[in-house]
Design a protein around this ligand. Structure first.
Ligand code: CAA
Length: 246
């Protein structure tokens, strides 16, 4: 029977590429979208016309009760979640001097609190079934810091602390928990960076000399979701074109 994969924030960017890859591998793929997102029906129609069979459910990942209700509905209508990809994320880039409490909170709630909110809903079931995969999509900027991203870098670094602690707790139960840390990938989040900054400050730092492709990230997620990856847990896998090595 096909496994169920739940990808937060799967409409666009990395999440969409992950949904497409997992669907191609035979997973039943479910994504979440922000309640009130008017584009969801068109997106679903477009994707499903291509034969992917995605389902999408509203979920405010910053809100524990919303996460609970979303996952309960997925379990009822699609099946228990075998693979959780915590991908939903936002940026509010600005120097610390200009950053308000609201800019800090929004990024921490969406990028880090969401990981607790979503993982909490699926972990007991994974343990019971003695199989599960949690894949947290962090960032090179959680590993090395980034100018203008105190909020985002803190959230993304926090994600990996969560990964390591939970990986220890559930390792004996057939559940793996891993972080991936993509570098600069050609998605809207990155192309929104002012071109001048991208050209002068960011691209010169990438030895491979280009932005990454969403499909390259999706391939790594698919590996971590697979049976072959059972011995990989608590890892933080860099995928950044050589931008940051350690
Ligand atoms: N490194 C060093 N200096 C930098 C810099 C950088 N990356 N970015 C900007 N600066 C410098 C500028 O050159 C400028 O210097 P001078 O005053 O000497 O001219 C100074 O900082 C102020 O720059 P700005 O006037 O641009 O300041 P701002 O407040 O208007 O904008 C900013 C600052 C929002 C951080 C803008 O520079 C920016 O958007 N930077 C890109 C941030 C970034 O990399 N975000 C990643 C988004 S993608 C992502 O997050 C996905 C992922 O996981 C990788």
């Amino acid at each position: 029977m096909s496994r169920v994969a739940l990808v937060t924030g799967g409409m666009g960017g990395l999440g969409e590429a992950v949904c497409i890859k997992l669907a191609a591998l035979g997973y039943k793929v479910v994504t979440t979208y922000s309640p009130g997102n008017a584009k969801v029906q068109d997106w679903l129609k477009g994707m499903n016309n291509m034969g992917y069979g995605f389902r999408a459910y509203p979920c405010d990942v910053t809100d524990f009760d919303s996460a609970h209700d979303c996952v309960a509905t997925v379990c009822k209508e699609v099946g228990a979640v075998d693979v959780l990809v915590n991908n939903a994320g936002i940026t509010r880039d600005m120097t610390f001097k200009k950053m308000s409490k609201n800019d800090w909170d929004a990024v921490i709630h969406t990028n880090l609190d969401s990981v607790f909110n979503m993982t909490k809903q699926v972990m007991d079931g994974m343990i019971e079934r003695k199989w599960g995969r949690v894949i947290n999509v962090s960032s090179v900027n959680g590993q090395k810091g980034a100018f203008g991203q105190t909020n985002y870098s803190a959230a993304k670094a926090g994600m990996h602390g969560f990964t390591k602690a939970l990986a220890l707790e559930v390792a004996k139960q057939g559940v793996t928990v891993n972080t991936i840390s993509p570098g600069y990938i050609g998605t809207k989040m990155v192309t929104a960076i002012p071109q001048e900054i991208l050209d002068s400050k960011i691209l010169p730092q990438i030895p491979v000399n280009r932005l990454g492709k969403p499909e390259e990230i999706a391939g790594l997620v698919a590996y971590l979701a697979s049976d072959e990856a059972a011995f990989v847990t608590g890892a933080n896998i860099s995928i950044n074109g050589g931008q940051h090595m350690f």
